[in-house]
Design a protein around this ligand. Sequence first.
Ligand code: C5P
Length: 254
Amino acid sequence: MTREDLAGRLRALPATRKIITALDVPGAAEALDLAARLGPDGGFVKVGLELFSAAGPAVVRDLRSAGRDVFLDLKYHDIPNTVAKAAVQAAALGASLCTVHAAAGRAALTAAAEALARVPVSPAAADGRRPALMAVTVLTSMSAGELQETAPSPDSLADRIARLAALAWDCGCDGLICSAADLPAVRSAVGPAPLVVTPGIRPAGAGKDDQHRIATPAQAVRDGADFLVIGRPITQAPDPAAAIAAIAAEIAAA
Ligand code: C5P
């Protein structure tokens, strides 16, 4: 499946499926219980390093069996052969989105994109879709000082993000993960074609928790986000399914 076809199919999903609930929990039982409380429309969930380290691929299979689309956020950063083979395993698990660090470099990004383009669609895949390969540019937790320690450069942060975004797209990745604050810079670097997933979202009127630079769902979608990763405003809500419906309405009105 070409990346244009894949992006078109993902963008055609209804608004409730553009909201990815972060399953930031320490075990399979908690994850499956939370996923069940998202209701039939809360289709998309994120499995990150904590849950995957605790519960492994089995929890991804169980979430797929429960009808959930899975964003498998393991941020691969390794040699090209290993990154490509990990991406193939994400496809076998039926993940809809998986992540790689753009800083893994041209060879690793290209190897992963080519491997996913070749992979036969897994019976576990959602609607016959292969996973979209999404690149992380610069982790938003990195300070300017830390960045200079690990990758010294005279470039501004915005320039680094734009350069890595353009590299990932050039290498065949399907899209990018970026904060709401970086959406305008990323869209101006890569244009409208790449899929973009944005965390750090707070519905109008919700608390910030420990997030600093937040955007409302409507603002993020207006700035070019295709999917929103949302944790606590959904997971801590008394009725998570209702929270998803309210956010979807906010997106639809954007
Ligand atoms: O609860 P909250 O909505 O803040 O959760 C957001 C999710 O998105 C968490 O899983 C968090 O790790 C992730 N994330 C983020 N900001 C980034 C990258 C990822 O909040 N820049």
